[in-house]
Design a protein around this ligand. Structure first.
Ligand SMILES: Cc1cc2nc3c(=O)[nH]c(=O)nc-3n(C[C@H](O)[C@H](O)[C@H](O)COP(=O)(O)OP(=O)(O)OC[C@H]3O[C@@H](n4cnc5c(N)ncnc54)[C@H](O)[C@@H]3O)c2cc1C
Length: 474
């Protein structure tokens, strides 16, 4: 029997993939809270709009994304999908708020030949200059230092820094370059320049299209994946909110007698003996053959501390940040432009990370729904030890008024503080994860890891990590 720790999206997906795998028998899933779905939470307000407390869209573009679409098809969720296509303003319009002005980030090839504020040079010149920047040999470095060195301070300040605070609420000066620019980093190490690497790979790709397809990597194909390709989706959401995904997974699992789900049941300690994994829950020891952990590194480390202090120490050093999420609804359209939202570069020293324009992404009526994200790595700097929900609300409302240059107040709102919700893949993260995996295999511990702490923080990444963890233990 296999135990799964955590009932977030990765734990539920791991349970789903276990039940699909004939090599794995029955499964027990332990969730410490009463809620399944982890950070995915969609609430419907009295007026009927959805406030997302966590994720709201899922990106397309790689194998992990295709894997999620396959899961959606298997769960019969196709009809609930809301595609966001390439010609949607949420795709083309991404804003940053710099120097007290909203700027649309360059969004097509012609923009590369113009000078577009807040940049003070043509973006095409960045690629041209980059070829001549000398190569530095590094095992890892911060994404800020890499971009500043190769592409310039303006790109690091106005593009990469807000992007990193938007994706992981982190500081680009601390986050590993491999988190977002792994290919660019490898191109420098291999070819001496990002631009050269892109051009060479493009040529290789074009040449391979003239040759036989025999060496091409096999693409996943299903009706939904094909539809997404043909219609050029760049992301998607779900009618009723993204929580429909964990709900569908939960319903699917509940219809299978090979799984038991224990809510309000935290795992308190893990001990591994030859052939047995002992799990301490509610003061009782339960025995399993194997364990899949989908809980965060922060929650996992104390469970391993007693038997494997060295492993626990390594896992414990993965940092996390807290984010305050304020959802706002206005009765009319208050947006200057339909867009995905806006990001605030950290050097603007404002107490918000950015604002998502939910009602632009998922247009419903003429009202405006926004989500203001605050805190992250700067939580203590702006909010100290004991901020109140009123303080978050007034900060969100006032910043929204000032940035969008309007005076309206929201007619509905909701404030949530998500404690330690996003892991930070700081410089050295990927080597650390390798050491953790090496320790587990060297000590033959029947434990597989998945979830957002290790191999990617997006929903596609964590669902794929669950699939990999299952095939690993199988
Ligand atoms: C504000 C925010 C916005 C985001 N937006 C997006 C987005 O738009 N698109 C996207 O792709 N991704 C987004 N993400 C990332 C995505 O939501 C997460 O990567 C994903 O939800 C993580 O799922 P998980 O199952 O790995 O972890 P979690 O959701 O953290 O689930 C872990 C579960 O384990 C339980 N647990 C903890 N300790 C124990 C224990 N000892 N015993 C038993 N159970 C335990 C917890 O209660 C929890 O339910 C966002 C994240 C946040 C926080």
């Amino acid at each position: 029997m296999t135990a799964i720790l955590g009932g977030g999206i990765s734990g539920l997906s791991a349970a789903y993939y276990c039940l699909e795998n004939s090599k794995i028998g029955s499964v027990a899933l332990y969730e410490s809270s009463k809620h399944l779905g982890g950070w995915i939470k969609s609430i419907t307000t009295p007026s009927g709009v959805i406030f997302e407390k966590g994720p709201r869209t899922i990106r397309l573009g790689n194998k992990a994304a295709q894997n999620t679409l396959m899961l959606i098809e298997k769960l019969n969720l196709n009809s609930k999908i809301i595609p966001i296509k390439w010609n949607h303003p949420a795709y083309s319009n991404r804003l940053i708020y710099a120097n007290e002005t909203l700027h649309v980030l360059p969004n097509n090839v012609t923009n590369l030949f113009k000078i577009q504020e807040p940049f003070n040079r043509r973006l095409i010149s960045i690629a041209w200059n980059e070829v001549r920047v000398p190569k530095e040999i590094n095992e890892d470095e911060s994404i800020y230092s890499f971009t500043e060195r190769r592409l310039g301070k303006d790109v690091a300040d106005f593009l990469i820094s807000p992007l990193i605070s938007g994706i992981c609420a982190g500081n680009a000066k601390e986050i590993s370059v491999k988190f977002l620019m792994k290919n660019g980093f490898e191109y420098e190490q291999k070819y001496g320049s990002i631009t050269k690497g892109i051009v060479l790979n493009l040529m290789r790709h074009l040449l391979s299209n003239f040759k036989t397809n025999s060496h091409k990597e096999k693409e996943l194909t299903t009706d939904l994946i094909n539809r997404a390709k043909v219609e050029k989706w760049f992301a998607w959401g779900l009618h009723g909110g993204l929580e429909q995904l964990p709900i569908a997974l939960k319903n699917n699992l509940n219809s299978n007698s090979n799984i038991k789900i224990y809510k309000n049941t935290p795992c308190e300690q893990l001990t591994f003996k030859p052939g047995v994994a002992e799990l301490l829950t509610n003061g009782k020891v339960e025995k399993y053959c194997k364990v899949i952990s989908s809980i965060s590194a922060k929650s996992l480390a104390p469970l391993l501390e007693k038997q494997h202090p060295q492993l626990a120490q390594e896992i414990k050093t993965i940092p996390f940040v807290t984010v305050a999420v304020v959802n706002l609804r206005y009765s009319e359209n208050i947006l200057p432009l339909e867009a995905f939202g806006l990001l605030v570069p950290p050097n603007e020293n404002l107490p918000i990370l950015g604002i998502v324009f939910d009602s632009s992404i998922f247009k419903k009526d003429s009202s405006t729904v926004l989500t203001v994200m605050m805190g992250g790595v700067w939580f203590d700097k702006y909010f100290g030890d004991n901020p109140t929900n009123e303080h978050f609300l007034s900060t969100a409302v006032n910043q929204t008024k000032s940035i969008l240059n309007m005076k309206k107040d929201p007619v509905e709102y909701d404030v949530t503080v998500l404690k330690d919700c996003i892991p930070q893949y700081v410089v050295g993260h990927y080597q650390k994860v390798q050491r953790i995996q090496n320790y587990i295999s060297a000590h033959k511990i029947p434990l597989a890891l998945c979830g957002s702490s290790f191999d990617g923080i997006g929903l596609n990444d964590v669902i794929l990590s669950a699939k990999k963890a299952v095939s690993h233990i199988a």
